[in-house]
Structure formats: C-alpha cells, structure tokens
Design a protein around this ligand. Structure first.
Ligand SMILES: Nc1ncnc2c1ncn2[C@@H]1O[C@H](COP(=O)(O)OP(=O)(O)O)[C@@H](O)[C@H]1O
Ligand SMILES: [Mg+2]
Length: 262
C-alpha cells in the first residue's frame, strides 16, 4: 500500500483537485483507492456529496481515543459514488482539534496507525491536508511515503512554497527515512508572463523535486467538481486530466525505481 499526501501551506493551489484527479486515474486502471480528508473545510468530503456538518463519524474519531484498531478504522470509511474509491471523510469537528491536541502525546501518529490497519484493503491512499501546519498536517506527513506539493505558477505562491519546503526539511530531521516530495506546478497559463517566469524559477530552485508534468488552467476541473465526478470519468481527454496522467506515470515509474533500488 502506497500512501501519498498532498499538502501546501496555502489554499486554492489545487490540492483537493490533485487528490480527486489522481484517485480517478488510479481507480480507472483497477487500483483500490482510499481517500482521507484531513482538511476541516471538508472540500474533498463535499466533492463526493457528503456533508461535513452532518456526518456522525469521520476521521475526527481517530483523535478521540489513542487506541486504533482495524474494525473501528473500517467503520469510518464510506464508499464513494465512484467505483474503486472509498473515503474517510472530514467533519467540521476537525476544526476544534488543533486546540484540543496541544501537548497531547502520540497524536501525530493516529492517521498512520489507522492506515496501517487497512493495508490489505487498498493499493493507494491519498491524503488531502489542510493549509495550516498543525496536528493534522503533521499526521499527513507522518503517514505518507511520498508527498505531493501543488503550487500555483505565480510569484506569491513561491513564497508559500518556501515555507512548505522548510516544513519538509524540519520533518526530515525527525524521520528515519527521508520523506521524498514532488512539486507540481498548477494553474499554468503559457500566455501569461507570470506563469512562464515562475515556472522557470521553480525549475531553477527545485530542480531535483519538480514534476515535469505541468497542470494547465482547465475549467473542466470545476465542471467535474460541480457534478461530483472524478475529472477522468467526465472528460478523459481534457488537457488537465492529461497532465495528471503524465504526473501519475512519472510517480509510478519513480516508485518502481525506488523498489528496484531496495
Ligand atoms: N488546474 C486548474 N485549472 C482551473 N481550475 C482549477 C485547477 N485546479 C483547481 N481548480 C479549481 O480551483 C479551485 C481551488 O482548487 P482546490 O483543488 O480546491 O484547491 P485547494 O485544495 O488547494 O484549496 C476549485 O474550484 C478547483 O475546481
Ligand atoms: Mg482543498
């Protein structure tokens, strides 16, 4: 089971879209996918037409008691409308967690522990994380074996990215095996100078971690979200889906190389 987290300490960069689109593409080729919504806004949960205000059980339950087992974890997972994709939803109660979790030992590994109990059921887990560095993001980073960082191709976004990269470096000082990450340029519009020059800057600063797949501005993402469908099932030929398919090929290739090298 591979666990990929999608994070950036900035909202509106395409995190939830990245989770949903990759999940669709993975499910299209027959993988079993679990999505985990760690963002108190619950956009991923809402995407699949569940209401974060109404859900009685959610990922929040994992933080109510430290003991995590397979049965309890399974009871938090909902089937989505899309074949092959299940969801551990967020509820608005998650927003209270940062305050409650302060100073409590062991809270940082709750999601990792829960996912470990589901190893037999899923090929891939994709985690959507909130744009703040707190206990939820710490859980996402601790649970994943690869991190995806979508970043809008505009100059203000580069500042936010610096902050995210510093967070990764900090996490890596505490981890035994280094957390690998891939930066994904999003909202790319080759007709604008801001997109072109910030993409160039991204390549210069982060040449080892930048994805060669660049996600263009594509209104079809919004259309898909309005319908609650993964983008590939709505329009598999769109430019946006195409870019994510290339990203996925690269990530799977990287994973195979990683396995080959031990
Ligand atoms: N490449 C893109 N082109 C056009 N619109 C996009 C793109 N990626 C995301 N969007 C839209 O932008 C909004 C914010 O994206 P979202 O994935 O929710 O960002 P985040 O999760 O980082 O806050 C959503 O309405 C989404 O449909
Ligand atoms: Mg989001």
């Amino acid at each position: 089971m591979q666990v990929w987290a999608v994070a950036n300490q900035k909202g509106g960069v395409g995190k939830t879209t990245t989770v949903v689109t990759l999940a669709g593409l993975l499910a299209d080729v027959g993988y079993k996918v679990l999505l985990v919504d760690l963002d108190p806004h619950g956009s991923l949960t809402s995407y699949f037409r569940f209401d974060p205000d109404e859900l009685e059980h959610s990922v929040y339950d994992l933080f109510e008691q430290l003991q995590v087992d397979e049965k309890r974890t399974k009871s938090l997972i909902l089937p989505s409308s899309q074949p092959g994709i299940d969801l551990m939803p967020a509820s608005t109660a998650l927003a209270t967690l940062e305050r409650r979790a302060v100073g409590k030992e062991g809270m940082g590994l709750q999601v990792a522990k829960a996912l470990a109990t589901q190893k037999q059921s899923y090929d891939f887990v994709l985690i959507d994380s909130p744009p703040v560095l707190g206990v939820l993001m710490v859980n996402a980073l601790a649970a994943c074996n690869h991190l995806l960082v979508p970043v809008q191709t505009e100059f203000l976004a580069l500042k936010g990215l610096q902050r995210m990269v510093r967070t990764i470096e900090m996490v890596n000082r505490a981890r035994r095996n280094k957390l690998e990450y891939t930066i994904i340029p999003t909202f790319y519009d080759r007709r604008t100078q801001a997109s072109v020059s910030s993409l160039r800057e991204l390549h210069k600063r982060y040449e080892d971690n930048i994805s060669t797949a660049v996600v263009p501005v594509d209104t079809k993402f919004r259309n898909a979200s309005l319908k609650g469908l993964v983008p590939s099932s709505m329009d598999a030929g769109s430019r946006g889906v195409h870019a994510y398919a290339k990203l996925l090929r690269n990530l799977l290739e990287q994973r195979r190389e990683g396995q080959a090298n031990g």
